[in-house]
Design a protein around this ligand. Structure first.
Ligand SMILES: Cc1cc2nc3c(=O)[nH]c(=O)nc-3n(C[C@H](O)[C@H](O)[C@H](O)COP(=O)(O)OP(=O)(O)OC[C@H]3O[C@@H](n4cnc5c(N)ncnc54)[C@H](O)[C@@H]3O)c2cc1C
Length: 456
């Protein structure tokens, strides 16, 4: 239930005088129902409790044994699943998205598929083909959910490449790409040609099985991109671990050659850049310039990065130099520089350059809105904001009400599949969940205000 069904925000310039910082003080919570606020407070408090995050899967198994599967499911649906997931069916997802749209927020659907490298079922060609069908359905749903008649109201969805191709192959490709001499065969043009023609790839650096799997993966990626383009849905490709990211970028570059040509109307395939990596700013600069020189549109989802602990553990294990920024402040400085770089490019290259500021961080959001105003970038133009469903609603709602384009990243799917995914994400985002204290304080303040019947 919504607390108040206000009309959708107007997508005009947020301020006519000077730039006014948005107020992330929970004022926009008046738009939400009491039950939803209470659930958010409860779930965020639970998620900030480290043992629950560390032993989440064990807690789930234990609650199933103790309470039975029906009651345990009901509890999860009323709490964690209900807070962070849109639902299981297209109907449930539609309901959730409609509620967000009333609040001025847009959907960014994400299929929470996770490969299990040690499982033969979850690394088989049949599994990737099943994921392809799910992705194509996600494109249809993304298209159906957004009213694209208004200006710049694009449908966007997230795409996880390792749902369509094996992480093992990506690791192999990445290792080859990173060798000093590289491999001249591994270039976007060659892969784009194979995607378009559907003819068998014969890369000498890969075995017959690997060539076959790469060809099948290229064909799946091509089908998703082709369908997304036909349905006017822009694909935001997720960044993952550094040991597979070079391969993911190679595949994005191959897709970009076909789908980011200016005559296609802006970038249809975007890459994600993780500011917590030391090399990211240089890479972003180089890629933006390369796209510009090649006459291609360029789309970027800018994040801080989700796999910090595992990245560090892996480099330590391998005795390599740490590729991540030394501390949180360095990551934030890197984010700020990448943001500035992209905003300048957007102001120069307009609709050919798109950016999603995917962050819950209030300083980053302030920086983005301020610089957008100074550079004359309209709030409903090629720059948008992204936050996770169920997280930092005080930031999302304030942005949405001020007329900015705000997308909530929305996982959906059956409870049994999504809960392990959520627990893994929570483990990777421990610092974010523990840092959600301010959101908890604002939620609690709003709930007390309602309980005591005070006016805002
Ligand atoms: C729409 C959306 C899409 C996303 N897609 C991706 C994706 O494709 N790939 C991906 O990796 N992540 C993705 N993320 C997650 C993102 O990378 C962050 O983990 C998350 O958003 C938290 O960062 P923040 O800026 O929101 O919050 P903040 O709380 O300001 O930042 C937390 C982040 O700071 C960094 N950090 C924390 N402590 C340290 C430290 N000691 N040293 C160095 N850095 C530190 C970490 O990156 C941590 O996640 C996505 C997030 C959103 C909202």
């Amino acid at each position: 239930m919504l607390w108040a069904r206000l009309p959708l925000c107007s997508h005009s310039r947020p301020s006519t005088g000077g730039w006014q910082p948005l107020r992330f003080d929970g004022g926009a919570f008046h738009l939400k129902g009491t039950a939803k606020l209470a659930r958010a407070l409860l779930v965020l408090r639970l998620c900030a409790w480290p043992p629950l995050v560390t032993h989440g899967l064990a807690f789930q198994a234990w609650s199933q044994r103790l309470l039975g599967s029906r009651l345990s499911r009901a509890l999860l649906r009323a709490s964690i699943y209900g807070q962070f997931v849109a639902g299981e069916t297209a109907g449930e997802v539609t309901d959730c998205v409609q509620q967000l749209q009333v609040l001025g927020l847009l959907p960014l659907l994400a299929v929470p598929t996770e490969e299990e490298p040690d499982s033969t079922a979850k690394t088989s060609e049949a599994w990737y083909e099943g994921n392809l069908r799910t992705m194509l359905h996600c494109v249809d749903l993304s298209r159906a959910l957004v009213d694209t008649r208004g200006p710049a109201r694009n449908s966007l969805m997230q795409l996880k490449v390792t749902a369509l191709t094996s992480a093992r192959l990506c690791k192999e490709l990445s290792a080859r790409i990173q060798r000093p001499a590289g491999s001249s065969e591994l270039n976007p043009e060659r892969l784009a040609e194979a995607m378009d023609s559907g003819q068998n790839l014969q890369l000498s650096c890969l075995s017959t099985d690997q060539n076959q799997h790469l060809q099948a993966s290229l064909s799946r990626l091509h089908r998703v991109a082709q369908h997304a383009r036909a349905q006017h849905v822009r694909l935001l490709v997720d960044a993952e671990y550094t040991f597979i990211n070079p391969a993911l970028s190679l595949l994005v570059d191959a897709l970009a050659l076909r789908w980011n040509r200016p005559e296609e109307g802006g970038p249809w395939v975007w890459n994600t850049y993780q500011a917590y990596l030391k090399e990211t700013q240089k890479r972003l600069e180089r890629d933006a310039e390369a796209a510009h020189k090649a006459g291609l549109a360029f789309g970027v989802k800018l994040v801080r990065g989700a796999y910090l602990d595992k990245e560090r553990a892996m480099t330590q294990l391998q005795g390599k130099e740490d590729c991540t920024q030394p501390d949180y402040e360095a990551t934030s400085r890197s984010y700020s520089r990448c943001l500035e770089l992209m905003l300048r490019r957007v102001s120069l290259h307009g609709p050919l350059c798109h950016l999603m500021v995917a962050s819950h961080n209030e300083d980053s959001v302030h920086q983005a809105t301020k610089r957008m105003w100074e550079l004359g970038i309209p709030p409903d133009g090629p720059v948008c904001f992204g936050q996770l469903l169920g997280m930092c609603d005080h930031v999302s709602l304030a942005l949405g009400q001020a007329g900015y384009l705000v997308y909530k990243s929305i996982p959906y799917g059956c409870l049994e599949e999504v809960i392990p995914y959520l627990i893994r994400r929570a483990q990777e985002n421990r610092s974010v969940l523990q840092g959600a204290r301010r959101e908890q304080a604002l939620l609690s303040q709003e709930l007390w205000r309602r309980l005591l019947g005070r006016k805002v």
